[in-house]
Design a protein around this ligand. Structure first.
Ligand SMILES: NC(=O)c1ccc[n+]([C@@H]2O[C@H](COP(=O)([O-])OP(=O)(O)OC[C@H]3O[C@@H](n4cnc5c(N)ncnc54)[C@H](OP(=O)(O)O)[C@@H]3O)[C@@H](O)[C@H]2O)c1
Length: 336
């Protein structure tokens, strides 16, 4: 069993607010409990839900640490009781319910995956949150299949870059919306077949024109607001829509007749509060279906920028500028 210190540096949220409320603090190194492993963190991914948590809008689920951070990469340094399939010294990445912005974090063994062949620790830290989220929503929940037309909004977000690549890898025709010409170019490079800059064109009329009014079979939406009805307009008959966020706010008045006439299914989910068994099942599917695609170079995390852990505030400011393309990652300086 490896030696590890009693105290560590972690990023605390002093009080709800702007990026500057994120500051390094001394915290005890957590202990791995039943079915858990302790990871010495090499890198931690930054996700939009961390921004919501920092602002006080997304409290950690019961039992999760108050330190932000939903995904890490690093080295396993200790095992709790009853852990199978993970060993001390393994290079891993993991989905965690919180606590990722730290030098050490505890993860449930079922949410731990090996660092895919050929990826750096920084790249591996950028995988879990978006790959678990896209897999469970797009493939398990609304069942995207080869040959279907798929629309993801926010195509250059962490979620969007993952969704474009996975949908393409599994044989879908991919449509995406983005907010600038630079983002449109990035989405095309990732393999999107049809990219709409929503500041220049209306995605509804564009997609209906491209598809000869047939629409798209599956939509992954993080925007909400007036996109709810616009998604229904652009969905194919029997289309499936999955809501994972409402960045533009909730929709108060929607015309349900559109949903009825087209026999649409509109669903949604949040990953963080789901139980360990649910997350372990997603991890197993990712390991089988997606990790080989990453090792083969067919699918790669899109890296925007890297910041030292202590400068988490700058990483959040970058994310809130919405200038980023792909993933922002914090690094601890720990050896890979
Ligand atoms: N339900 C779940 O389980 C789950 C899990 C993970 C993430 N999420 C959600 O998925 C979304 C994407 O997460 P992420 O980490 O990939 O985020 P991200 O990289 O920060 O991307 C968000 C993107 O959304 C677009 N956008 C559209 N309207 C926006 C608005 N009003 N405010 C800010 N951005 C807007 C922006 O691109 P343009 O400039 O092109 O508009 C922005 O780059 C977030 O809302 C997050 O909370 C949900």
């Amino acid at each position: 069993m490896s030696e590890h210190p009693r105290m560590m540096t972690a990023i605390g949220i002093a009080s709800p607010g702007g990026p500057d409320v994120l500051a390094p603090e001394e915290r005890p190194v957590p202990a791995a409990g039943e079915g858990e492993v302790l990871i010495r963190v090499a890198a931690a991914g930054v996700n939009r839900p961390d921004v919501l948590q920092r602002r006080g809008h997304y409290p950690p689920p019961p039992g999760a640490p108050d330190i932000p951070g939903l995904e890490v990469s690093g080295t396993v340094v200790a095992l709790g009781p009853h852990v199978d399939g993970v060993a001390v010294g393994d290079a891993v990445c993991a989905l965690v319910p919180g606590g990722g912005y730290a030098e050490y974090v505890v993860a449930h063994a079922g949410s731990v995956l090996p660092v895919p062949e050929g990826l750096s620790m920084e790249e591996a830290a950028a995988l879990p949150e978006t790959f678990f989220t896209v897999w469970t929503n797009v493939f398990d929940r609304v069942g995207l299949t080869a040959g279907e037309r798929f629309l993801v909004h926010g195509g250059t977000s962490g979620i969007g870059t993952t969704a474009i690549q996975l949908a393409k890898a599994f044989g879908a025709e991919v449509f995406t919306t983005v907010g600038s010409a630079e983002k449109a170019e990035a989405a095309r490079r990732l393999g999107a077949d049809h990219v709409i800059n929503y500041n220049e064109a209306d995605f509804v009329s564009e997609i209906l024109a491209i598809t000869d009014k047939a629409g798209v079979h599956v939509i992954l939406d993080m925007v909400g607001g007036d996109y709810v009805e616009r998604n229904w307009k652009v969905a194919a008959v029997e289309g499936r829509i999955c809501q994972i966020a409402t960045l533009n706010g909730v929709s108060e008045n929607v015309n349900f007749s559109r949903l009825m006439v087209k026999r649409l299914i509109h669903t949604g989910s949040t990953l963080r509060p789901r139980d360990n068994a649910f997350k372990a099942a997603i991890a197993a599917r990712l390991k089988e279906k997606v990790w080989p695609l990453i090792a083969a170079g067919t699918v790669r995390p899109v890296m925007d920028s890297t910041y030292p852990l202590a400068r988490a505030a700058e990483a959040h400011a970058r994310m809130e500028s919405s200038g980023h393309i792909g993933k922002i990652v914090l690094v601890t300086g720990a050896a890979a």
